[in-house]
Design a binder for this molecule. Structure first.
Ligand code: ARG
Length: 477
């Protein structure tokens, strides 16, 4: 190891050979290796918690005053200092020093710089273990609120799109094979409901995080008479954590949110996949606006759906963040160990990624052209085979038999190169005497939809009431 006192390129903070300049330096006679200092630092990541750290410290200082640790005057001095630190650190180019390890130390160091030794009283009865946990929960509250808003914006794009293209009929798929005709509005709203559950999961994950850990200390609980309930109220938490060991150890609140985000991305990714396929020349069902597509550096004709490909691609990293943190957590003995410092990058990255993806996906959907002519032209007559079988079973033929009869009819007409929609009634009657005049009406896609006004179905009336329900949900906020 190089002597860390001789050169320290990453830090403007002087490192003494005794290591006593560290907040924890008293017990040390040797200096921390420069390599270790860099390896140990989380400031590059957790500086994102600055606002939360200061908000929690302002409340904590009031609790210390009530506990008789700070005088009223000292508390005011500390609060003013913290406001000053917040202002300074809000500057994009504030020089955070890796020697100070993390945001908690950085704030305390700046505070002491402004207010002098009294700043050192702020950490009385507190540990970075309960402090970081409180900061993370405050972050989570904001981040989950931002995601639920992003989901709402996308949901309203989908509702508008369902309304605008209400009459558009396209083939619905199973196994990526044409299955039955559906309304485009029905398709758009299918994502609305998935997102509604995602929204529930994301806000639910906050409910279980909504307890203040401050007062847990390092692990055993603070030895000072802090009014935890009052701190919780001031910070907007619904209550306090019940067990100090649990409070400083667990990150299940982050995992739960990361799981909800992973599921949300899975949903977006599947619709990306559809739209990517649909924007190929072979399908041509939709065309992305130029604003959300890009070209090829070599092939002049290309217009690529990169926006959607990126959302699909980023799904992998959001899954990875969940798996990474689960794996980090699984071997950590109670209570805190430094492994837990690795929780922030995956959490921040998943939230940032999901917020971007929601916005880009909504914009791409809102601006894409929907080609109803291409959708109509692509529909094979055989899409209506189920309706023919249903017809026969309404006439009393057991469905299994009806299925078989229509299956033969489809096979024979495919072999003969005849279109199902152009078959004569007498030809159909050679398969079953039950086919009547009204059979021919069935061979129009619109008729198939009209038969499906069951609630939750793709019939026009059913989709209209779905739209009404969706609009009510949006209006309720
Ligand atoms: N930077 C640390 C983290 O993010 C803060 C807690 C440090 N606690 C400790 N005992 N070293 O987890």
């Amino acid at each position: 190891m190089r002597n860390p006192s001789s050169s320290h390129p990453l830090s403007s903070h002087p490192v003494s050979s005794e290591g006593t300049d560290k907040a924890w330096g008293g017990r040390f006679s040797g200096a921390e290796a420069e390599l270790m200092e860099r390896f140990n630092a989380s400031i590059g990541v957790d500086r994102k918690l600055m606002e939360m750290d200061i908000a929690a410290s302002l409340v904590y200082a009031r609790a210390l005053e009530r506990a008789g640790v700070l005088t009223g005057e000292e508390r005011v001095t500390i609060a003013e200092g913290l406001h000053k630190v917040r202002e300074e650190m809000s500057a994009a180019d504030f020089p955070f020093d890796v020697g100070l390890e993390d945001i908690h130390m950085a704030v305390e160091e700046r505070l002491t710089h402004h207010v002098g030794a009294v700043g050192g009283k702020l950490h009385t009865g507190r540990s970075r273990n309960d402090q970081v946990n409180a900061d993370e929960r405050l972050y989570l509250r904001q981040a989950t609120a931002a995601v639920t808003q992003g989901i709402r914006r996308l949901q309203s794009v989908l509702v508008d799109s369902a309304e605008r293209h209400r009459e558009v009929i396209l083939p619905g798929y199973t196994h990526l094979q044409q299955a039955q005709p559906i309304l485009f509005g029905h398709y758009a709203l299918s994502l609305f409901w998935m997102l509604e559950r995602d929204r529930g999961r994301v806000s639910d994950s906050w409910k279980r995080a909504d307890y203040l850990p401050l007062g847990a200390g390092a692990l055993a609980g603070s030895a000072f008479p802090l009014d935890r309930e009052q701190m919780a109220r001031e910070l907007g938490f619904s209550g306090v954590t019940a067990n100090s060991l649990d409070a400083v150890s667990d990150r299940d609140f982050l995992l739960e949110a990361l799981a909800a985000l992973a599921i949300l991305m899975m949903h977006l990714s599947r619709y990306c996949e559809d739209l990517i396929i649909w924007s190929s020349i072979e399908f041509g069902f939709v065309e992305l606006d130029d604003a959300y597509a890009t070209g090829s550096s070599m092939m002049p004709q290309k217009k690529n759906p990169d926006s959607l490909e990126l959302v699909r691609g980023k799904t992998g990293r959001v899954y990875g963040n969940l798996m990474g943190l689960l794996t980090t957590m699984k071997g950590v003995p109670l209570t805190y160990a430094k492994d837990l410092q690795e929780d922030k990058e995956p959490a921040f990255d998943s939230f940032d990624t999901v917020l971007d993806c929601l916005e880009v996906f909504a914009a791409a959907w809102e601006t894409m052209a929907v080609r109803s002519d291409r959708m109509a032209a692509s529909m094979a007559d055989s899409l209506l085979a189920t309706d023919l079988a249903d017809y026969l079973s309404r006439r009393g033929i057991p469905f299994r038999q009806a299925h078989h009869i229509v299956g033969r009819l489809v096979r024979d007409s495919l072999e003969a190169g005849d279109r199902l929609g152009e078959l004569t009634l007498s030809r159909m009657q050679t398969y079953s005497k039950e086919f009547g005049e009204d059979t021919l009406e069935l061979l129009k896609p619109g008729r198939s939809l009209d038969l499906r006004n069951i609630s939750g179905g793709t019939g026009p009336e059913a989709v209209r009431s779905q739209l009404t329900r969706a609009r009510e949900i949006l209006a309720a906020g």
